[in-house]
Design a protein around this ligand. Structure first.
Ligand SMILES: [Zn+2]
Length: 116
């Protein structure tokens, strides 16, 4: 691993790929507790409406993204195999910002606090 890359400690942990662990019909059916690296689709695999998962920062907050092309902003989601979500996820709340990419089941953290 190149020394000049700014890679956070949790990215060095063994990776168990992110994937879809379930599909539910409505957002109320999203389980309170999700498995590690597991995301749930609301809708169907063919026509997902939402994707929900616990933020990879592990502080316990949930991320819910719109996967319905009819609404904006919209995230495209691979529904088979290792998870890819496009574009990046940029979540902000009072505690800070979580900005990351999910590609092929792996998280890559984006940096940019200093540029903001
Ligand atoms: Zn987070």
């Amino acid at each position: 691993m190149a020394d000049n890359l700014d890679i956070s400690w949790w990215q060095r942990l063994p990776v168990h790929g992110w994937r879809i662990v379930g599909v539910v019909e409505s957002a109320d059916e999203i389980p309170q507790k999700l498995p590690r690296n597991g995301a749930v689709l609301v809708g169907t695999r063919t026509y997902p409406k939402w994707i929900a998962f616990d933020c990879p920062c592990r502080s316990g907050h949930r991320i819910l993204l719109n996967a319905d092309k009819a609404r904006r902003p919209y995230w495209s989601v691979t529904t088979q195999g290792n998870l890819t979500i496009y574009p990046s996820i940029d979540y902000r709340d009072a505690n800070g910002r979580c900005h990351f990419f999910i590609r092929n089941g792996r998280i890559t953290w984006a940096y940019g606090r200093d540029d903001e």
